[in-house]
Ligand binder design. Structure first.
Ligand SMILES: N[C@@H](CCC(=O)N[C@@H](CS)C(=O)NCC(=O)O)C(=O)O
Length: 212
């Protein structure tokens, strides 16, 4: 495979800086010591300006040489196959990592994102609150029993789950001490801090151009 390129927007509003999902891919590359470049497509016109690369007009998407991928989860699993730091190579450890990566996307994020969206649209105590609370309570039980989701060690599944859970509205929703300790622990990793700082730096730099 060739050079890794992570694509994101050339600018994003203040409120989402540090949360745009290219951060997931940056973070994984940092964890795995994979060399990567970051390139941008215009935020303005995003609905249509890159549909050939991301059919929903979103970011991130990834190039690995000639290979093209969209969906942050697919990108993470692609990167995880390159480094044992992200996913163990033994069949059981690998299966657990895949399972919890999909759980982060399809059992947790599939309710946290719509809940968050209704909430920021003004529907504070929305109809998804009970469902999300139940999912987070179930996860709290798991996280009170172990430090990592899969294979007794940090994997890409923890990277993704922590990224899903660290959304401020979700994080501050209800006293779940094991979950809070988990999010704090995973996001205290130097690779996360670098990925976040780099993303925020890119968007801050773009402010200068937008006001010129
Ligand atoms: N399922 C997609 C979601 C991507 C996504 O929600 N991207 C956001 C940024 S974090 C975006 O591009 N939002 C702009 C838009 O939807 O117009 C993934 O995980 O890659």
């Amino acid at each position: 495979m060739g050079e890794l390129t992570i694509w994101t927007y050339d600018w994003a509003p203040d409120g989402v800086r540090g949360f745009v999902r290219d951060l997931r891919l940056r973070w994984a590359c940092e964890e795995a010591d994979l060399a990567y470049a970051v390139r941008t497509i215009p935020f303005d016109g995003r609905e249509t300006n890159h549909l050939a690369r991301q059919p929903f007009g979103q970011v991130p998407f990834l190039n690995d040489g000639e290979l093209e991928l969209f969906e942050s989860g697919a990108g993470l699993l692609h990167l995880a196959r390159k480094s044992e730091k992200l996913m163990p190579t033994d069949p059981a450890g690998q299966a657990q990592t895949l399972q919890w990566t999909v759980a982060a996307l399809n059992s947790i994020e599939m309710v946290t994102v719509p809940w968050w969206y209704l909430r920021i649209c003004g529907d504070e105590d929305n109809q998804l609150t009970g469902w999300m609370g139940q999912r987070l309570n179930q996860l709290e039980t798991i996280l009170s029993q172990r430090e990592w989701l899969a294979a007794d060690r940090f994997t890409v599944a923890d990277l993704l789950m922590a990224d899903v859970l660290r959304v401020p509205e979700v994080r501050s929703f209800g006293g779940r001490p094991a979950t809070e300790a988990y999010v704090a622990r995973v996001t205290d990793r130097p690779s996360f801090r670098k990925a976040r700082a780099d993303q925020i730096g890119l968007f801050e730099k773009a402010d200068e151009k937008r006001t010129e």
